[in-house]
Structures are given as C-alpha cells and as structure tokens.
Design a protein. Sequence first.
Length: 377
Amino acid sequence: MTSLPGEEVDKITLIRIKLPYREYFETSFGREYEKHTYLIIVEAGGDEGYSETAAGHYPKYSYESADIDAFIVEKYIIPSIEEGLSTDPREFMDKVSWIKGYNMAKASIEMALWDLTAKLMGKPLYKLIGGVREYANVGVSIGLQKDIDTLLSKISSYLEEGYQRIKIKISRGRDIELVKAVRNEFPDILLTVDANGDYRAEDLEHLKKLDGYNLLYIEQPFPYWDLYLHSKLQSMLETKICLDESVYNSDLAKEAIEMGAGKVINIKPGRVGGISESIAIHDISRDYGVGTWIGGMLETGIGRGFNVALATLPNIIYPSDISASKRYFNREIVTEPWEIDDKGRMWVRKGSGIGVEVDWKYIEKLTVWKKEYKIGG
Ligand code: OSB
Ligand code: MG
C-alpha cells in the first residue's frame, strides 16, 4: 500500500442508535427485531469519516454486541489514542493491537478512518483499495421462515428483483426439507445454506445429505472455534464449505485453507477487524485459488457502503450478502437508499470515501445516547 495522508484526528463521536427492521431476521441463534448499533464519526482536516459497528443487539453471532463494543471503545480504545491519532488506519490498528479480540469495536474506528482517508484524498474508497469494477454482484440472505410456502414465495420475489444468489438459513432440525423444497421449485438457481455454527460432531453423517442438492457451498456448519470438524466434513463432501465466523484474521484464513477446513471464505470487515485485514484475507485466498465474497451483518446504509467497496476487489468471485436498503428497513439513515439493478448489481457511489450522505435528522430520532471524545492536544 502506498502512503496515506495522515492528518491529525481532532474528535471521535459515537452515536448509539436503534432502528426497526422491516421484518424480524431469524437464524439458528435467534430472532432480531431491531437494528442496534452505534455510528462513528471521525473528524480531521475539516472532513468527516463514518462507520458503524457490525455487532448486533446481543452477543449471539459472536461475543460482541453494540453495547459491549461501545464500552470497549470508551474504556480501552479511546485511552490508547486520545493523546494523538493520525488518520492512517494502519497506525490506529497498531495502537490498539494490545487489546485482544473485539474486532468489530476496532473495525468501527478503522473503517471510519478509511472513509476519512479516501475523502482527504478526494477518491472513492473502492478505487483507493484496488477495486476492479464499479458494482458489487449481490445475493440475498433469507432468515428462517414460519413455513416452507412463505420461504418459497420470498425466494421468488427476490429472484424477480434480480438477486443473483439465494442463501437460506438452516438449523438443526430445519434443514434438509427446506433445501429439498427450494431445489424442487428452483432447480437451477445459485443456492447456499448458512447454519451459523449450529451443528455438532454427531451431525456429520446427517450433513452428508446436503450433498446432491447442487449447493454453491455450505456456510459455517460448526461453531467458530472448531476448524477440525469443518475439515472433517469437507473431506466427506463434494459440496464446498464456506467459513464465516471461524475466520477472524488472515492467519486463520491461511491455516483454515491449508488444513482443508473450507474452500470458500466469507469476508466481513467487522468480524476481521476492518478494511486492511479484509484485503489481507482477500489476497491470501486469491493466492490459494480460494474464492471469496463479502458477507453482511444487516448493516445500515453506512456499513453497506464499505461492503460494496470491498465487493469490487478482483477475487470476490461469488455474489455477496449485500441487499437493497428496502430489504432491511422501511427508512434508511442515508439520504439515498441502496438499490440493485435488474441484473443483481449494486453500483458504487461516485463521491469520495463510501460516498453516502447521512440523514442526521432521522438519526436524531433513532439516538439512544451520544458521546464525544476529544483527540490530541
Ligand atoms: O451469518 O451471514 C451471517 C446477519 C447477521 C449475522 C450473521 C449473518 C447475517 C446474514 C445477513 O446472513 C446478511 C445481510 O444481508 O446483511
Ligand atoms: Mg454467515
């Protein structure tokens, strides 16, 4: 990476918000009815960078949550940087590397620094990080539904909208019959399943039944810490395994690939600690011939801007979990909702950084609390 501007950061603002989802989202770890996150604003050189934490209302996807991350920011991250911070995201990561874990908390600031850096350079973020196209190829992730008919009708309307790939959530006891019904109705679509780590060693034989439905891959069948079981299942299957929760840094990406724990990697910037680490995982996967895509955390229009930028990288060869704003929210916190075209592409914004305008009036209504931290002398 070439040299980045490195202005001095003046202020960091954290705004804890909640906003309703259009409908609840159910996975093997439970239902979420509202988006809970905090927004970050970093200020330097008269410009502002934005981001949000990917962590949700409760620590169910991982040990992080919006409130836990806000605490980590105030208690450990701010004291590590308050004497002075340059806008270079890599310097920020060095300063907080002593804090174990909490990748989403770190990423919430690292990503705002990338947005700000791109703005200071007057460049769209996707160009700064080496994107090779001006759009993301996108699919949709559909939660567990009340019955199979509802699932099938949702799939058919998302396909009509243009989504290139359908992912359905599965869990122990709610799997084969869903896949069978979907394949029956839609024999040729790009189809994947995501278990969010619900299965255990005793399910290995059962999971073999997922072979034979022509799935593009099976996402995260086992808990995040269990690369061994993933490698065992991968050796029993024709279908590729895709790792999500398990891969939280680039060393793990390399080792998971080498031990045969998966043949596809879902990259989420929050989960891995930001944009730099996302690029590192992207590059390592490419070196091994492993395809990647960008995952989603039901982000607001701010987080989505980063996901779209990352999805323009060359080794993003599968459709990403990046859907239109209206799939998540009745009203967005950015002034222009994200949309897809009829070929299932989401186009990057032309402005510098992630290129979104924020609807501050609406955010005021969604605000639970707000804090400001002065940085440097
Ligand atoms: O496992 O990919 C996941 C949402 C929240 C937490 C975990 C996951 C998801 C999704 C939704 O699948 C992806 C999206 O549309 O943002
Ligand atoms: Mg997943």
